[in-house]
Design a protein around this ligand. Structure first.
Ligand SMILES: Nc1ncnc2c1ncn2[C@@H]1O[C@H](COP(=O)(O)OP(=O)(O)OP(=O)(O)O)[C@@H](O)[C@H]1O
Ligand SMILES: [Mg+2]
Length: 374
């Protein structure tokens, strides 16, 4: 006569190998069997305690506590994982810290953050948690997304990018339901959870155009972020930090600026690229950076790719130096964001500006600024 299912379970937990316990854990999560999940984790905890692995046993215990908070997801007819997963894009991180040109605060803070997570057990033994809520702000194309990915890469964690298109629902309460599922899913494993363009969701709640529904979404989002365990590293990026709700600012333990790069930083970035080319150009990276003017790293990267395309398609007829010179001319003539917005760029030459500053009165200066004359 076959054993009853409960007997099989009781028997197995006392003698199961660790690999079987892990498999049982996955099955419990997949079918939403809360009882099986609890018993398996308890068996794992007992196993670890027996080996004097108290830190891991304590962590399992904490994880189990968070499971009971979100138990509704495990008793759903549809597995929570499948639903929560719809609202994120799971990526394998590829960018490394060494691929990026980072200024001091960003590089130092990044290293510290990675160390805090790698040595979280040491911190926990002293009653501290690693920081796990990070805000990145700065103009487009200067490495916010790349930085978040590099953190995931350094910690060998999956990189989860939140998909607003799948998250924002049109019915009342729908967004919050999806948010809950998203958070239920992400807290099942250590990961980097990335909210790009965070201002689109976490902006100032005082905005008069906003409805009560949006306010509720922001409050709920903040509450969920607060409740995440520290092994979920939440990183939010924004081009418009000034639009963020003050309550949002407070949530982030680490706020890192990614300002527009200075010419010498662009030169370092260009140098790396130029040196990786099969033919090295005569122009120094510093001079090239000066010729290109103010730009983001993304734009500098685009310029280099254009040069290489021209060089490759030249099939030996076009040298790298002439490819650069042609692209520099085209680059100078390209449409810039100010022109697209209908604003006139300041074309006043530096000597003219100096002459004007010397002769202009304070009142004239104010009127000129107000009317936008250059
Ligand atoms: N600091 C940097 N060092 C090296 N490469 C960079 C850096 N910043 C940006 N890049 C290059 O520019 C590309 C775009 O950068 P990224 O997407 O990280 O910018 P972002 O700040 O997230 O921009 P956005 O605000 O538009 O989302 C990257 O793929 C990378 O090639
Ligand atoms: Mg980005």
């Amino acid at each position: 006569m076959p054993l009853r299912r409960t007997h099989v379970r009781e028997y197995s937990y006392t003698t199961m190998a660790k690999s079987d316990l892990i498999l049982s854990l996955v099955r419990a999560g997949a079918v939403g069997d809360k009882t099986m999940l609890r018993s398996t984790v308890e068996a794992l905890m007992a196993d670890e305690r027996a080996k004097s692995h108290h830190i891991l046993a304590d962590r399992l215990q904490r994880a189990l506590q968070s499971v009971s908070v979100t138990s509704s997801s495990l008793t759903n007819t549809q597995p929570a994982q499948a639903n929560g997963r719809d609202t994120i894009l799971e990526q394998t991180p590829r960018i490394r810290f060494n691929d990026l040109v980072l200024t001091l605060p960003a590089s130092k803070e990044g290293k510290q953050l990675v160390e805090e997570h790698m040595r979280a057990d040491v911190l926990r033994a002293h009653g501290y948690e690693p920081r796990h809520r990070v805000l990145l702000s700065g103009p487009p194309g200067n490495g916010k997304t790349s930085y978040a990915e590099a953190i995931a890469e350094a910690l060998a964690l999956p990189f989860f990018v939140v998909r607003y298109d799948a998250l924002i629902g049109s019915y009342l309460g729908e967004t919050n339901t999806r948010l809950r599922k998203l958070f239920d899913y992400v807290r099942t494993q250590p990961c980097v959870l990335f909210f790009d363009e965070f201002d689109s969701i976490g902006k100032e709640r005082g905005d008069t155009h906003e409805t009560g529904e949006i306010k509720r979404v922001v409050s709920f989002l903040l509450m969920q972020i607060d409740q995440l365990p520290s092994y979920v590293l939440t990183i939010a990026a924004t081009n418009h930090a000034e639009l963020l709700d003050r309550a949002v600012w407070r949530r982030f333990q680490l706020r890192i600026a990614f300002p527009e790069p200075k010419p010498h930083e662009i030169a370092v970035f260009l140098e790396k690229i130029l040196m990786s080319w099969p033919e090295h150009p005569r122009i120094a990276a510093k001079s090239l950076a000066a010729r290109l003017g103010a730009m983001s790293y993304a734009e500098a990267g685009d310029f280099c790719q254009n040069v290489r395309r021209r060089h490759i398609l030249g099939l030996g007829e076009i040298g790298i130096d002439s490819a650069i010179s042609v692209e520099l001319d085209l680059w100078a003539a390209r449409v810039k964001p100010e022109a697209m917005n209908g604003k006139r760029p300041d074309k006043t030459t530096a000597p003219a500006k100096r002459r004007r500053a010397a002769t202009e009165s304070e009142g004239e200066r104010r009127i000129r600024k107000k009317t936008g004359t250059i």
